[in-house]
Structures are given as C-alpha cells and as structure tokens.
Design a protein around this ligand. Structure first.
Ligand SMILES: [Zn+2]
Ligand SMILES: [Zn+2]
Length: 1022
C-alpha cells in the first residue's frame, strides 16, 4: 500500500523544516498571493516602529518582531488588506557611535579630521549593510513584510516632514533656545535628553570618591562648614553651600558645623537653625583660580537638602549640576562651567587644565589635604547615570540647547492617550505618568550624522525655521549646488537671507534627536498632506537605492491613519510612543494609534540581563539554528507581556517537548490513515465531519472551542491566551480522544474516527498557524494540501477556520467525565491497584452529565460496572471551609462548626451538607470519607468516586491477559515487526488457563494462532 500522507519522523527537526518552508514560500510566492487575495479587503493598519539598522538584530528584537508578525498573520487570515511596511531607523547617535568604533575614532575632533562627508558616507553604508542583515534575519524568523519597500528615517522626505513639524512648533512659539545644565556625555560630546536617559539600564553601580571637606567660615574664627561630595571635580566650581532652613545644625568640639540629624551622638557646643546659618560667608576651596575671583561664597537656604546622607550641608556648583543651576538662578549665583565638551578642564584651572574629570580627582584631594581642608576621603559605590549609547559616565554641563516646550501640548497628549486602548491596560497609566511629568523636549545634539535642524537664527534676533526643501531653495543665497542630500556637511553650506534685516544667516550646527526621525513616521510614510502620489517617492536623499518605497498622497493617508494597532517594548512609552504622539497630536490633533501592545524585558533563562561580556547573550542566528524560529516564537508568545521573558535553550527544550504532543498525534494519525487508506474530505473543514460516537462529537465541540478561544486571544492581542488554549487542546486531543479511541484506528476501518481526528488536527494547526507558521505550514502540506486537490496550497491561503455552533453542554459533560476518571485513578492508586488490573465496580456520587458517558468511564478505568448514586462510606467527617464559610456565616460559624464536629449533619445529593437550618454548598465544606473494607474512595469538589477493590479469580486472570498483551506488543516492536504483520503465539504451559481469552489476545496482538506449551513465551511471524 502506498503512503498517501507523508510519514512523520519521531520528532521534528525545526530548523531544517523551517528552511524548507522558507524556500517553498519563496518559490510559490505565497506571501504575494496572500496580499493579492486580500487586496480590497477590510483595512488593518499597522505602523512599524523602526528598528535601528546598525547591528544584527538581537533575540529581544525577535520578540517584538514575532508579535508584529503574529497579529498581522492573523489579520491576513481574516482577509484584511495590510501595508506590511517595515521601518529602519538610520541616523543619530546610534549609528554614529558604531561607525566611530569601526573606524577607531574616539572623539569629535577625530571625526572632523576624518571628514564629516566621509563619516556620513560610512554611516549610510553601515545602515545599508545592516538593513540587509536584519532583513535576512527577519525572514528567517518567519516575519512577512514588504521587504523591498521599507522606510528609512534618513530619507530626505522623512527629514522634510520633520522640518515641517519644527516650523509649526516654531510658529506656535514652542521652540526656544535654553541655557541650562544638562546631562552630558563627555565621549559623545553632546547633551542627552530626559527621555533617552530615563531607562533603568542607563544607570550602573559605580565607585566614586566620597569626600568630607571643610569650608572655613570667614567671620567665625576656627569654625567651618563641613560638606560632602562624590564629585571632587566640581569643587573648583563651588560658589555656595546650602542648608535646610528648618533643620537643626550644631557646632562640634572641633569647630565643624553639621546637621544634628547626621551626627546625633556627637557632643555639640552650639546649636542653630539652618535659617540662622544663611548668609554666612566662607572661604572656597579654590579661591585663587581666575574664575573664582569675583565670587563671594555664601550659605544659602534650600528645602531639598537631604538629611539622609552627607553632613546636611550641600556644596553648590551651578555650572556642574542641574539643581545647582536652578538654585543659582534663584539666588543670582555665578555659573562657573569647569569642563569643555570632552569633559576636560578649561584653561584657567591651573594644574587641572586639560584633565578629564576622573583624572582630576586625585590632584583635587591632594590639594585639599595640603590645605588642611580634607576631613575624610573614602570611596562610595552608588547608582550613577551613564550614556545610553556609549556607556560613558555622564557629567553635568551648562550649555545652550534647543527645546520644544511641553506646556501647551501636555493636556492634548493626555486627552489623546485617553482614546488609546492599551494591552496590558495598566500601561496606559504609565503613559499618563510620563506625559504628566515630562520636561521640555531637548531636540538638539552637537553631532554630525543626524537630522539637520532647520534653524537659522539671525544676528538681528529673528529665528527662521525652514519647513521644506523647496522653501530652503527659495530662500538660499548659496550652497545649493553641492547639496547632495539634506545632511551635514552639505546642508551646512547653504546660507539663507533674513527677511527681517537682509543679513545672510547660517544654520545652527546641531543635528536632531533621533526620536524626531522615528516620531514623524505615521505622517511621513503615509503621505500626509502630500498632493500627489509619487512612485518610489520616499526613496530620497540617503535612502535612494535602498528602497522602492512610494510617497503616497493625502487620500491614502486618510485611509491608513491612524494605525489600528502598534506594538513595541515598554520603554517605548517614553520614546517612540511618546514621540509619535507628540508629533501627530501637534500636527493632527489626535493619537496616531488606536491600540497598542507593549511588553517587558528579555532576560536570560536564569532571570539575569543578557550581556555579551557576561557570556550569557544569545545570538539571534544561533537561536534560529539551534532552537528554530517556531520554538522562539512560541517562547515569545507564551509569556504574559507584563512579565519579563526568560529566554534560553533550557526553556526552548521544554517548548519542543510540549510541541511533541501535537506532533505525535499527527504522527499517530498519519501512520494509521496510511495503513487503512483513509482519504480526507476537504469540505469537512467547512461543515464539520460526520460523527459516530459521543466522543467524536465531543472532539468536534472541543475543536470549535479552541477556534473560539484562539479568536478571543488574537482579537485581544493576548498571545499567551493562544498558547495556553492550544496546549490544552493538544493535551485533550492526545490524552483523551486518541487515548480513548485508539482501538478504532486499526483492524476494521472506522471512517468517522478518521474524519473526526483529521478535522481536529487540521483546525488545531490552523488556529496556531500565526504563532508557529512553519510547523503549521508543514503539517498543512502533509495533512491537507498534498492529499486534497481542492485545498489551498498554503495554510495562510486557507483563511481563518469557520466558527461553528457551540456545544457547551457536551464539553461540560466530558469535563465531568474526566474528573471522575481522575478520581478513579486516584482511588485505584490509593489501593495500590494498577490500571492493568480490571475491577468489578465503581460508584460515582455527585455526577450529573457524566452519567451519559458511563462507557468511557468504564473503559478508561477498566471496571466492569459503573453505578451512579450514593457512595457508602465507613465514616464521613465534615469540616467548614473557613475562608469561604467564615464571611458567609459570621457569628453563626461557631455553632455550625461544633455541630459538624459532633457529627450532627446530613449529607445532601450533589455534595452539600445540611446543618440545622443551614444548607452548605459543596465548596463551603471539606468532606473526608473513610472507606468501608473492600472499597477505596477519592473525592473533590462534591464529586465522590469509590472503586470496589475485591479481586476474584476471573479479574486476576484478565489482569494476566492484559499483561501478556502488553508484553507481546512490546516484543513485536523489538522484533521489528510491521504494524500489520501477523504472528503465531505460544504461551508458556503455566499460562494455559489464559486460552479461554484467545479471541481477545488474537485481536490485540494480530496473532493468527495462540497455543500453550513449553516454559516460555514464543512469537513467530506467521
Ligand atoms: Zn556617549
Ligand atoms: Zn536678521
């Protein structure tokens, strides 16, 4: 007999199977065909948050990309028309730092020596290279996107859209140049914004000096303020000392002034309130420096002085700290900025000149010691911010940066967020928190390859913001000839004329925050306010040659905006979700997305962060090769998005084991379907298969329940709902339907059994296809497409399985059957009776619908008779279930408890108990029955099952027959006999009495003849 269904190996080789499917998808153009068949269907608009095209993708990227693919695949099965546009983030600090590393450059001076134009070319090359790498990896993951039409955020079109936004912001009066203290990366030579730096990963435990320093008081001989600092390099910029006005300060015996709360044990010789110290003058630690010449060091009041650390007196340097700077503004203090943009001391700082802050620590300490001002020098380990990009510890500098004021947009953003549906829902509150607390948006970076900010401030005071390339060309007085694209250095040569005073004006040298690039995408890629559709019109500037993306027109934008759904990781609340909202609400007045799914962090399998330097990072390519994309996708989908994902080869092995349940069920089906020559009927998938038994009907109902549960999960963007539903289904299918129906699949063809099982397997794989596209496609090919001419070639061309009517009653009945069976197994186990020992009787109490399936209970538990009724026990003890009953009965609990203890109760049908006038439900009491002799009892939630444990000669003989059948079938396998080979069986003489069951034995072992004789069991091929 020739096999109709392709036989399955013992277990799937996921990576090999996946590579085969990828080739087949390509060859057969399955994705293109899917898009063609869905064209004109209901629109589902997904907008992709761009991945930085800067390095190969990591496994954490694969998580997000899987979720994007899963829900797009589901929508495709529902016939939705989709855009499938992938995005690459291409400029800004991300790319610059990596290119610097690859070129061995390590400062802005070195970049300038290398050449800004050459540097830009290297950045563009890097983006092109890694966009390709990421595309290959994404395909390998099974992600279906329109890979030839990606958007690149460094295209001139994208840049122009941002210019337009900035012009609008300027016209509203929100754009301003701020002079303030900001977090500064001395390596990157730029300030960093609040939203870039807010992530937890941008802090590390760092060891720093911990200095207690004496500031001698000018008018109080022999007395001094004692301050504490962990940044010695800021001391040359000290101009004041702050105290908490309402705190108590004391003078210790050595003349030191400190807060009482910090030195509770020390003997005080004088006490004052902080208020009374305000105005005292002191001698600064570096008074001889030129920058210190006109500084009068004073004590100032500050309510925020902490009494939890240090001395309760805080050293203030407005040029080297944010709070210091604000205090300086309030008290009119001098701002001394000690370090340049590389974090080195400016000239005028004596021996410190040119030193980086860390190198200056020791000279500062020595100097203080020499002057007798050092009280104590130690070390401290504390949380310290580092550059989000290059991980260099940050410093504070006072600089000029460009900001967008958040004041007026804050409330509209909160209103817009109120229209968004968040998954999980509490993240919407996180977004609100961010929006309520966000500061002004620092948009300028003192760097090279980034968005050129179109800001042209004239000497006359007028600030021009250019809104498009056309406007630039119109206003330019020169430099247009060399304008290859809108990037530095080319843009820097373009000069415009001031329409106020007529002077020529240059662009500011700064580039933009990368979140402007990604933030404009919902407008720029969809053609907002673009009058005409331009084919390949998005592939401009640096993006030319990298993509074929079109620039659509405004009509298109109206069709596809806002996104029905977006999904990125949780940190994007303060990054991409924030920036797209900021820009769209500013320009359009509404949120650019209706729904959003966000998720937590990916950790290693032990729950630690993954770091290359810790050796626990997993390369995405290794994961593809070793675990396979389907297994990765299952891991990504299985975790609740509000929890961190523990990812690794251990969990992957666990998933592979779990997936085997379904695989084995398919393998079982294929094996016997080929033996029996079963040919499936494709229409069964629409109309449902004919069923012959209650178990068949149950499996059909169970399958439909899976389809509905899957639908709920996909519609709610809740992938763990899907994996859970599928795993339970696979278990029910294997451990109940197949287990109970095994005998129907061989020796006498049973059409209904095959059709029912085929239906369940196929609908099951369709439900899970968006999560595990490769496995599902492979099985669809073997189970359906290869054997049925009407069937679509791909599971993804077959649409979503039709939902069929609910049969909740049957599902509930079978649930009860399975609980009775579970109790039956437990009762057997308590009596030490294994399943191969048939028993006489079982009594089940508290059963309702399960009574209709007595045959299933009888066969599964191998008992001769099943009765439904009262289980008689030797003794019944009932205790109150306190957590439930306590709140219900209140004061009455005491008397009820005593009555139960005294045995003054009546058990009711259904598992309840009557005590006096109270009727207690089964879940309100804990019942313990002790068995009568000859019985074993097990119970749970009102169901009680008792099995008769008395064995007679016949039962014992039957147990020996079952043991024999088991042994023979094991030996058949060991002898390499085929499933259909017939045998001749000779039992040992001692087992001759088993021959009374020879018909049974023949049937179960495919024996043509059974005899007895001799000392041992013999099997021969017939
Ligand atoms: Zn940096
Ligand atoms: Zn002017």
């Amino acid at each position: 007999m020739s096999a109709r269904f392709k036989p399955l190996p013992d277990k799937p080789d996921h990576p090999a199977l996946e590579r085969g499917i990828l080739d087949w998808w390509d060859r057969e153009r399955i994705f293109d065909r899917l898009r063609e068949s869905n064209r004109g269907g209901p629109r589902f608009s997904f907008i992709d948050g761009p991945i930085t095209a800067n390095n190969p993708m990591g496994v954490h990227h694969a998580w997000g990309r899987t979720l994007k693919d899963v829900f797009q695949r589901y929508r495709a099965l529902r016939g939705c028309d989709q855009r499938y546009q992938n995005g690459f983030d291409c400029q800004g600090l991300w790319v610059e730092v990596e290119v610097e590393k690859s070129l061995g450059l390590n400062s802005k001076r070195e970049i300038e020596e290398y050449g800004i134009a050459e540097f830009a070319d290297r950045c563009i090359e890097r983006v092109g290279k890694f966009a390709e790498v990421i595309t290959d990896q994404s395909r390998r993951l099974g992600m279906w996107m329109d890979w030839d039409n990606d958007y690149y955020t460094f295209s001139d079109t994208n840049i122009e859209y941002i210019w337009r936004f900035l012009k609008e912001v300027h016209e509203r009066g929100w754009l301003y140049k701020g002079h303030r203290s900001t977090q500064w990366c001395p390596r990157c030579g730029t300030s960093l914004s609040q939203h870039e730096q807010a992530g937890e990963g941008n802090y590390v435990e760092l060891e720093d000096p911990s200095l207690f320093v004496r500031f001698p008081l000018v008018d109080r001989e022999g007395e001094a303020l004692v301050v504490w600092t962990t940044t010695p390099w800021t001391l040359p910029a000290n101009v004041a000392a702050a105290v908490k006005p309402d705190a108590e300060y004391v003078k210790l015996e050595d003349g030191s002034w400190v807060a009482r709360a910090r030195y509770p044990e020390e003997r005080a010789v004088e006490k004052k309130l902080g208020d009374e110290l305000v105005g005292w003058r002191y001698e600064g630690p570096f008074d001889e420096l030129a920058v210190q010449q006109d500084v009068e060091h004073r004590v100032i009041p500050w309510d925020e002085v902490s009494l939890d650390e240090g001395t309760g007196i805080v050293h203030i340097a407005p040029g080297a700290g944010t709070e210091d700077f604000e205090l300086g503004r309030i008290h009119g203090l001098k701002v001394i900025v000690p370090i340049n943009e590389s974090g080195q001391f400016y000239p005028g700082y004596g021996p410190l000149e040119g030193m980086p802050t860390r190198e200056a620590e020791q000279p500062v300490i020595e100097r203080l010691r020499a002057d007798g001002k050092l009280v104590e020098a130690g070390r401290i380990t504390h949380r310290y911010p580092i550059c989000w990009r290059c991980r260099t510890p940050l410093v504070f500098r006072v600089v000029d940066d460009w900001f967008i004021s958040a004041d007026e947009i804050r409330q509209p953003l909160l209103d817009a967020n109120a229209t968004v549906e968040w998954t999980p829902d509490f993240y919407g509150k996180r977004m609100d928190d961010w929006l309520r607390n966000m500061g002004d948006w620092n948009i300028s970076r003192k760097r090279y390859f980034g968005l050129p900010l179109p800001i042209y401030p004239c000497v006359c005071g007028r600030v021009h913001v250019i809104g498009s390339r056309a406007e630039l060309e119109e206003r330019a007085t020169g430099g247009l000839d060399g304008l290859r694209e809108l990037h530095r250095p080319w843009i820097d040569d373009v000069v415009i004329r001031c329409d106020g005073c007529g002077e020529e004006v240059q662009r500011i040298p700064e580039v933009g925050d990368a979140w402007l690039d990604a933030g404009i995408v919902p407008l720029s890629t969809l053609g907002w306010q673009n009058p005409e559709f331009v084919e390949h019109g998005y592939a401009t500037g640096a993006a030319r040659g990298l993509t074929g993306a079109d620039l659509p027109d405004h009509v298109y934008w109206e069709e596809w905006f806002p996104a029905d759904w977006i999904s990125e990781m949780r940190e994007q609340i303060r990054l991409w979700f924030y920036s797209i909202s900021f820009m769209a609400v500013t320009l359009i007045g509404r949120s650019p997305y209706r729904r959003v799914l966000t998720y937590e962090k990916l950790l290693d399998e032990n729950g630690r962060e993954m770091h290359r330097s810790w050796g626990n990072a997993i390369d995405a390519n290794d994961a593809f090769d070793r675990m396979g994309a389907d297994v990765m996708r299952w891991l990504f989908c299985d975790v609740s998005p509000s929890q961190n994902l523990k990812f690794g080869y251990g969990p992957a092995a666990e998933v592979r084991r779990r997936l085997l349940t379904f695989w084995n069920s398919v393998a079982f089906f294929v094996l016997y379907a080929n033996v029996e020559g079963f040919a499936p009927t494709y229409e069964d998938l629409e109309s449902g298969p004919p069923t012959a038994t209650a178990l068949d009907s149950w499996l059909v109902a169970r399958t439909n329940a899976l389809v509905r549960e899957a639908e709920t999960a996909y519609e709610g963007y809740w992938s763990p709902g899907l994996t859970r539903a599928f795993a339970e289904f696979a278990d029910d299918l294997s451990n109940w339907y197949i287990r109970r129906s095994r005998r129907r699949f061989w020796g006498g063809y049973d059409d209904a059994a095959f059709r029912t099982l085929w239906y369940a397997l196929v609908q099951g794989l369709r439900a899970v296809a968006p999560v595990m596209p490769f496995l599902a496609e492979h099985l669809w090919r073997s189970l359906v497409a290869d054997v049925s001419e009407e069937a679509p070639a791909s599971v993804f061309l077959a649409g979503w399985p039709a939902a069929r009517p609910d049969d909740g009653e049957l599902l509930a009945e079978m649930d009860e059957v399975r609980r009775v069976v579970e109790l039956g197994h437990r009762a057997r186990a308590q009596a030490g009776l294994k399943l191969r020992q048939p028993l006489r009787r079982l009594v089940a109490q508290g059963v309702s619908g399960a009574a209709r399936h007595a045959d299933q209970i009888r066969d599964e538990l191998r008992v001769k008779e099943v009765e439904f009724g009262q289980v008689e026990a030797a003794d019944v003890r009932v205790k109150p279930n306190l957590p439930v009953l306590g709140p219900k009965l209140g004061k009455e609990l005491g008397p009820v408890r005593s009555a139960l203890a005294a045995g003054e109760f009546e058990t009711l049908p259904g598992g309840g108990v009557r005590v006096g006038e109270h009727e207690l439900r089964p879940d309100e009491v804990l019942v313990e029955r002790s068995s009568r002799p000859g019985w074993s009892i097990a119970e749970m939630d009102g169901l009680v099952v008792a099995v008769d444990t008395v064995l007679d000669e016949e039962l014992e003989r039957e147990a020996r027959v079952l043991e024999l059948i088991h042994t023979v079938n094991r030996l058949r396998k060991e002898l390499g006999l085929a499933l259909i080979d017939r045998i001749v069986l000779t039992l040992p003489e001692a087992d001759r009495d088993l021959l009374v069951h020879d018909g049974w034995i023949k049937g179960e072992t495919l024996a043509e003849r059974v005899d007895a004789g001799g000392g041992e069991l013999r099997i021969e091929k017939a």
